[in-house]
Ligand binder design. Structure first.
Ligand SMILES: [Zn+2]
Length: 259
């Protein structure tokens, strides 16, 4: 039996019966993996208290011939982001982003950047400091910035970041960011091409959305502390991204809409 070992974050857990669990992880070395954890709810030494979200763990797993799922052998805690689990707003936010990662990432499609993105967000939220923000700190505003940062970068790493530069139908340049957005085509569309089509899935982009998401994908997470933007605008941008994700994924990730 060959044991594989990697650092990982739990992104999904389901109880299968009294004792067994199904777990999905974003790992540092293997992308998203889904494991069967035999007797996990009873095996204190190997698993107890080590399967929580917002915990960086090292997991050991193996493949079993004839099974599509990997088998989780044991896990150890490397870093525990305890504060994240104490704040209900942050905790719900993390449930939302891990669910988005679960829907968007393919099994075994390894991209270390997604692992590091999640790690950076956990670390940052674990010691979120109201004083680091410009003024009138609002947690909901901060979490919107984290969400836009997370989704924009995840879209980049999964290769589905929208085309904002040229019309998806005629390739005209989107000078001055004045085009509409076509959900169906995953990019901007000029006014004359939009008029030739039915309007389903054609939307106005929130003001400054293109600049904001372009800024997010070229900056590290500290941009969140520096960025000044109205909460209403941030909310519009996050709604737009969620619509785009839902359309792309073909279904709404469970947690979108619940916040
Ligand atoms: Zn066009």
């Amino acid at each position: 039996m060959k044991l594989f070992s990697t650092n990982a974050f739990v992104i999904y857990m389901k109880k299968l019966n009294e004792a067994d669990l199904l777990l999905s992880y974003i790992t540092e070395d293997y992308g998203k993996i889904t494991c069967f954890a035999n007797n996990a709810r009873k095996s204190k030494k190997r698993f107890l208290g080590k399967l929580e979200p917002a915990m960086l763990t090292n997991i050991k797993f193996y493949e079993k011939p004839g099974m599509t799922l990997d088998i989780l052998y044991e896990t150890d805690i490397i870093e525990d982001y305890k504060n994240v689990r104490k704040d209900i707003d942050i905790y719900l936010f993390l449930a939302k982003i891990t669910d988005i990662a679960r829907v968007l990432c393919q099994e075994r499609d390894n991209n270390k950047n997604i692992f590091y993105l999640i790690k950076a967000i956990y670390k940052s939220l674990d010691c979120i400091d109201a004083k680091a923000f410009p003024s009138n700190f609002s947690m909901s505003e901060a979490l919107l910035k984290y969400e836009i940062y997370f989704i924009s970068n995840l879209l980049k790493y999964t290769g589905i970041f929208p085309n904002f530069l040229t019309c998806v139908a005629c390739s005209e340049k989107n000078t001055g960011n004045r085009f509409y957005f076509s959900l169906k085509n995953g990019g901007v569309i000029c006014k004359s091409c939009a008029n030739l089509r039915d309007n389903a899935g054609i939307k106005n982009l929130p003001v400054n959305f293109i600049n904001l998401s372009n800024l997010m994908i070229v900056s590290d997470l500290s941009i969140i502390n520096k960025l000044v933007a109205e909460e209403a605008l941030l909310r519009e941008c996050s709604v737009f991204l969620e619509d785009f994700l839902s359309f792309h994924a073909g279904k709404k990730p469970q947690s979108i809409g619940s916040l």
